[in-house]
Design a protein around this ligand. Structure first.
Ligand SMILES: CO[C@H](O)c1c[n+]2c([nH]1)[C@H](O)[C@@H](O)[C@H](O)[C@H]2CO
Length: 448
């Protein structure tokens, strides 16, 4: 039987995010955030679901951490809800919110589970949105103030920090396509938001360095290997442009301190280029300790004369898909990892999200036999191992997600968890994929 062993100190973890699991949306002094507001508007979310209760992790975190401990999970990526700490986004601190995260993080550490904290996973305090949100450069300063408090409170016990989760999703889905909070549909605003988020990232990295903290800090980008539908030069160009739009705009800014020239030219021609300075770019590219990558699927592109602003459209192929409709394409992870390794100086990489939604059911024995998810995870970890064997500095993998949770615009209709959540009873059922992953962690290897 073929065995694929990972490096000795490889980080095996699971991931979640505050708004998707905590619930307690207006409890203990938490301020309103943009997802509380966005989900309260009928029509925005599948069946008007919201995160008001979610997995009730705010109250059940000890039970959830016990499950992690039983599974031998030693690393947990979580996010902090900014509005629980600063209800208005700045100024007055909500001590009960701070105390919750102290309890949560101390419980993890007491169980030997290392936290990796995402400072921003999409849940901007609504008060800041009311002043323009990320399109307003002032919000950058408030993010730095929030980060500084988090570093002061938890900097000595949290070894891994992620400034932002997926600036592309925040900017494009939230400010160009309008399908995420705050529901704006304007590309110029979206690209200015992306820039301001990247600038806030760089400022927080500089702050972290100035505080002489001993952990590692990075940013998480959602990346996807891009493929032309055909070898027609128009399709090839469409894939290149989409690669610039999704991947290179962010990778080049963070790791090279420049925006890619082809995209600057395109955005300038479309009059959607953000305002920025050379100093901004220098700050944005402050050296990071790792690049976080969220990978789920590849992107196949075709030329489309009518597609604004890229003249490129995603193609939906008739290939095996997850419940999200995303093609299952494990080799795309290998392509991405090797491309980044070769094009961006061998930066250390953490896969901060990879996983799959499937239509899980609880069988007559009360079990969730999610073999499809095990197959997805196996195939992607196999590609990760291939990349490592070819020299890629891949240091860890956080599975998305520990719990079934609120899947943004899809509400609770999509289950990504390795632990099933019955939202009516809040009962947890450990899925077969969790036991499988527990073995991978224990053996630090994949077995065919
Ligand atoms: C194209 O997928 C994105 O990279 C992506 C997928 N996902 C994400 N980003 C977010 O970081 C999570 O909050 C989602 O729950 C998760 C599953 O949808």
């Amino acid at each position: 039987m073929q065995k694929y062993t990972f490096p000795k100190d490889f980080i095996w973890g699971v991931a979640t995010a505050a708004y998707q699991i905590e619930g307690a949306h207006n409890v203990d002094g938490k301020g309103e955030n943009i997802w509380d507001r966005f989900t309260s508007i009928p029509g925005n979310i599948y069946k008007n679901h919201n995160g008001n209760v979610a997995c009730n992790h705010y109250n059940l975190y000890e039970k959830d951490i016990e499950i992690m401990e039983e599974l031998g999970i030693k690393n947990y990526r979580l996010s902090i809800s900014w509005a629980r700490i600063f209800p208005k986004g700045y100024g007055e601190i909500n001590q009960k919110g701070l105390d919750y995260y102290k309890r949560l993080i101390n419980t993890l550490i007491s169980k030997g589970i290392k936290p990796a904290v995402t400072l921003y996973h999409w849940d901007l305090p609504q008060h800041l949105q009311d002043m323009g949100g990320w399109a307003n450069r002032k919000v950058i300063d408030y993010f730095v103030e929030y980060a500084e408090l988090m570093f002061k409170e938890f900097g000595d016990v949290v070894p891994i920090w992620i400034t932002h989760n997926e600036p592309w999703v925040v900017s494009i889905l939230g400010h160009a396509w309008g399908v995420h909070a705050p529901g704006i549909k304007d590309y110029k605003t979206a690209l200015q938001v992306a820039h301001n988020i990247l600038l806030s990232h760089g400022k927080v990295v500089k702050l972290y360095r100035s505080m002489n903290l001993k952990g590692k800090i990075g940013i998480t980008l959602n990346l996807s290997s891009t493929h032309p539908l055909t070898d027609d030069e128009k399709d090839v160009r469409a894939a290149e442009v989409y690669d610039g739009f999704l991947n290179r705009w962010f990778l080049d800014a963070v790791l090279k301190g420049t925006y890619p020239e082809d995209m600057v030219k395109l955005y300038r021609e479309q009059n959607i280029l953000p305002e920025y300075t050379d100093e901004d770019m220098s700050i944005i590219s402050e050296k990071i300790d790792f690049l976080g990558i969220n990978y789920y699927t590849r992107s196949v592109l075709k030329y489309d004369e009518n597609a604004y602003p890229l003249k490129a459209s995603l193609v939906d192929l008739e290939n095996p898909k997850t419940d999200m409709g995303w093609e299952i394409y494990p080799q795309g992870l290998y392509e991405l990892l090797t491309n980044i390794h070769h094009n961006y100086g061998g930066v250390d990489i953490l896969i901060t999200e990879n996983g799959a939604a499937f239509n899980d059911i609880v069988n007559y024995k009360g079990k969730v036999v999610d073999d499809y998810r095990i197959d997805y995870l196996y195939r992607h970890l196999r590609e990760a191992h291939r990349a490592i064997s070819e020299g890629v500095n891949l240091r860890g993998y956080y599975l998305w997600s520990f719990l079934d949770n609120f899947e943004w615009a899809e509400g609770y209709a999509k289950r990504f968890g390795i632990v099933f959540v019955d939202y009516k009873t809040q009962q947890r059922i450990v899925k077969e994929s969790a036991y499988w992953y527990s073995n991978v962690i224990k053996n630090n290897s994949l077995c065919e």
